[in-house]
Write a protein that binds this ligand. Sequence first.
Ligand code: ATP
Length: 351
Amino acid sequence: MKIVILPGDGIGPEISAVTIDVLQAVSRTHGLGLELLHDSAGLDSLRVHGATVTPALLEKVRGADGLVLGPMSTYEMKDEARGEVNPSKFFRKELDLYANIRPARTYPGLPNKVGEFDLVVVRENTEGFYADRNMEQGNGEMLVTKDVAISLRRITRQCCERIAESAFALARTRKQHVSIVHKANVLKIGDGMFIDACHEVAKRYPDVTVNDFIVDAMMAHVVRAPSRFDVIVTTNMFGDILSDLTSELSGSLGLGASLNAGSGFAMAQASHGSAPDIAGRDCANPSSLVLSAAMLLAWHGQRSGDQAFVTAARAIEQATTEAIACGEMTADVGGRMGTKAAGKALTARLA
Ligand code: ATP
């Protein structure tokens, strides 16, 4: 398996370094034969190549079996004409990585205020409120006059159906329950279509139970009793916001793993941003990206039928869980180590 590694901006290089060590360790111990291809995207690439992502990089990624994308300082990427393309958007769109899978669960030994839970947010990744990816040409966000802005939200039946399919198929492997999150009381047409498509797909999964929640009420439900949820399917921006909440409820944003999956390619990516406030201070929790990389290995193992990848992914999850329980992790989860030391300790558990 060839994996391209793009460390990214802010805390990206620190948490990517740990992820690389972990991948190399499981490759050795589980005989995976991983080939890691190192390259750059984001502000680093902008400095060197004049663009945050280059056509050559896209070709390299297309030739690989998976991608680990570090967090990007997307806020600083303002003008695509100057090469400031959001790499996260770029790869999601170019590779049609339509399903953003964001698990969140509580960990033994890590105090939490909301009781134990284990859920997954399945977020549509290619349209919705993200105006910058909704057009074939041009941008869906425009300034009509200097005081009037329009941002275009696109919802298509095809994208609703395929994300619903991902959610129901995932639920079948878990507690067989899907919650649909929407705002169909206001967005009657777009979110009405989303709910209809989800219920249409649900007919093919009679063993999976379904309910639905309006997104604002969902924020209260998920804080009040997260244990009642299993798989949550929602549109793009609602999923982005909701999954930050669920990962923080699990203990820290630094535990927020995610996989962006299409029909033939997947990209591991932490669900948080580049965290410039803590960059370079050796305190970022590497678990988000490490666990995302584990999801990538499991995805590859399930598709290829090579059980060793699935076993390696489980070993990473187990080692991370144990490291958190005994304080061999960063301060955001009550640990006593810096990023580098936590990474070394985690890698040692897998060696
Ligand atoms: P960006 O502009 O790139 O989105 P941000 O700081 O606005 O960056 P996040 O990167 O998502 O948004 O960070 C939100 C908060 O969570 C910050 O206070 C950050 O320090 C914290 N945080 C994010 N990731 C981690 C991590 N891996 N470990 C510890 N804290 C983190």
